[in-house]
Design a protein around this ligand. Structure first.
Ligand code: SAM
Ligand code: SF4
Length: 327
């Protein structure tokens, strides 16, 4: 298999595509989506599974190796295992992961694994029932531990649990989450809140910097730096003693990792976005539907991939929600 052949204007090799399969969600997380929902995309604008697979088929010979299926909440799109099966059959694709809130994992983990899914990232912002409902603003009755266990039982691993830490809302649970990595082979990653987009009440005051998060975790034992699980992303990892799992921090606010960014994203309606937090995008859907080759468009998009995001310079509320661009 050839090496990465796609490089952006700063020489970063691009081998990772995040694929949003829907803009909809069965949660309304405080930090992500307004309670009333968004202006949902019309169904006709959303790429079919065949169209998504065709994008991947055209990009794989250029060096695309790893895929993440995301949303909105990807598991609410019907027949998700059918997409995984199609993507798995594309030559060159080495790794397929799923980002999910986990609610549908008890039913879907085994069929997804059987279709060829490698692993899951599970979002979980509280271990307390009442707080889960207060943050997700939906009561779907499943604990994060049950969701992670369903993924583990189906053989989906490594299991990463993503916790968005919010001061005054769930930051008192940092140690409880860290203990999960001491008791299970799970990788608990604390994400700095990005106070962007549609949420009305969260502000920069709710951001807990990663140094403070790690300080709280270190109350449980000495942290040693660790390579972390496979499926490299932007997290820095640590292990507490001989724990089976690790603790990670993802620091979009305090330490940007744009210099090593190897990823781009495909929105549910077929726009290729070269930065999660910017407006640079190329419409792939119309050319795809009219049978045009995508390679020149992809190269054009990469030539314009920004050097770094500018979250820190932007005003709160001035950005589009992550869910709109397809988290
Ligand atoms: N619905 C799936 C889920 O929740 O995992 C996939 C989409 S979600 C937008 C992807 C990830 O983005 C989740 O881990 C979520 O916690 C994170 N996220 C969303 N909004 C965020 C924000 N404002 N700050 C930090 N992380 C955020
Ligand atoms: Fe839905 Fe995920 Fe956004 Fe929560 S973070 S509202 S689960 S898309």
């Amino acid at each position: 298999m050839s090496d990465v052949v796609l490089r952006d204007q700063f020489g970063r090799g691009i081998e990772y595509l995040r694929i949003s399969v829907t803009d909809r969600c069965n949660f309304r997380c405080l930090y992500c989506m307004p309670l009333e929902g968004l202006e949902w995309l019309p169904k006709r604008d959303i790429l079919s599974y065949e169209e998504i697979t065709e994008v991947v088929r055209q990009l794989a010979p250029l060096g695309l190796r790893r895929l993440r299926i995301t949303g909105g909440e990807p598991t609410i799109r019907p027949e998700l295992p059918a997409l995984v099966r199609q993507l798995r059959a594309v030559d060159g694709i080495q790794d397929i992961a799923l980002s999910t809130n986990g609610v549908k994992l008890p039913a879907l983990a085994a069929p997804l694994r059987e279709a060829g899914l490698d692993r899951v990232n599970l979002s979980a912002d509280s271990l307390r029932d009442d707080r889960i409902v207060a943050i997700a603003r939906r009561n779907l009755g499943l604990s994060p531990v049950q969701a992670a266990q369903a993924a583990e039982d189906a053989g989906l691993g490594p299991i990463k649990i993503n916790v968005v830490v919010m001061r005054g809302i769930n930051d008192d649970e940092v140690a409880d989450f860290a203990r999960l990595a001491m008791d299970h082979p799970w990788h608990v990653r604390f994400i700095e809140l990005m106070p962007v987009g549609e949420m009305r009440d969260l502000t920069w005051e709710h951001v807990v910097p990663s140094d403070e998060i790690l300080q709280r975790v270190s109350a449980l034992g000495v942290l040693t730096s660790d390579a972390g699980p496979k499926g490299n992303g932007p997290a820095q990892y640590y292990r507490i003693g001989g724990s089976p799992g690790t603790i990670g921090v993802i620091t979009p606010m305090t330490h940007t990792y744009c210099g090593s960014c190897n990823r781009v994203r495909l929105t549910a309606d077929g726009r290729l976005r070269t930065c999660l937090y910017g407006d640079h995008e190329v419409n792939l859907r119309d050319p795809l539907r009219s049978g045009e080759a995508l390679e020149p468009l992809f190269r054009k998009a990469l030539a314009e991939k920004p050097k770094e995001h500018n979250l820190l310079q932007m005003q709160v509320g001035g950005l589009r929600a992550l869910s709109q661009v397809g988290g």
